[in-house]
Design a protein around this ligand. Structure first.
Ligand SMILES: *Cc1c(COP(=O)(O)O)cnc(C)c1O
Length: 219
């Protein structure tokens, strides 16, 4: 499979005027495909599985910024803390504390986003609004020195109903605004994927995570 260069360039054009960062989601895609996109200038890539990420990274250019976007188990944290650019899928305080601990051991500072559950589907991970408030209050009391929460990430429902998707993004943006108003380090709102990134940008996204539109459908 080849990268869809035309789609990629269209996305870059769409995002550029809004100052939105593109994370190219390369899960299940080969290192050759990633390298093709790298050669077009892409540097931010997102992966969902620790093993896959570690294996791919070892053969790809060192200046790639790797984003972890899948469900992360605490016992795998130490495999990615030495190099990961942004862990977007923090869904428990325990996980955040483990990232802090392992980052300290690796002599690193690791940026993180808190994943918020905004979709209808129960299967998706993330904090509820109440849990988010609790975690953020806890973080104010116990500042972590090596794991830094930079914002929020969310996935909208899998539906063709763009009004529903839009209202979920709008809700996430309102949470982001509430928390960023008194936390200057909150700067990133990661929302929007292949099917809904235009809506996400209209609703205030600062980072989109796009896979299939660039790399083709996953098998
Ligand atoms: C797979 C994935 C994406 C990309 O999805 P596409 O529909 O292929 O663009 C974005 N975010 C997360 C968290 C994912 O798991």
């Amino acid at each position: 499979m080849a990268v869809n260069k035309q789609a990629y360039e269209q996305i870059i054009t769409d995002l550029g005027s809004h100052h939105v960062t593109l994370v190219a989601v390369s899960k299940t895609k080969s290192v050759e495909e990633i390298k093709q996109l790298y050669d077009l200038g892409q540097r931010d890539f997102g992966e969902n599985y620790v093993q896959e990420l570690v294996a791919k990274r070892s053969t790809l250019p060192a200046d790639i910024r790797w984003h972890f976007i899948g469900h992360l188990q605490t016992n795998k944290v130490k495999q990615i803390t030495p190099f990961v650019a942004l862990v977007q899928s923090v869904d428990s305080l325990k996980l955040l504390q483990e990232i802090d601990k392992q980052a300290k051991k690796a002599g690193m500072e690791v940026d993180c986003l808190l994943q918020v559950h905004i979709a209808q589907e129960e299967t998706k991970f993330g904090f509820s609004e109440n849990e988010l408030e609790q975690v953020i209050t806890t973080l104010d009391e116990l500042p972590l020195k090596h794991a830094h929460v930079k914002g929020l990430m969310g996935m909208a429902s899998l539906t063709d109903d763009m009004n529903k998707v839009r209202s979920e993004f709008r809700y996430l943006k309102s949470l982001f605004d509430t928390f960023s108003s008194h936390r200057t380090e909150f700067s990133t709102l990661s929302m929007g994927m292949s099917s809904d990134y235009s809506v996400a940008i209209e609703e205030g996204s600062t980072m989109v995570r796009i896979g299939s539109l660039i790399f083709g459908a996953r098998t």
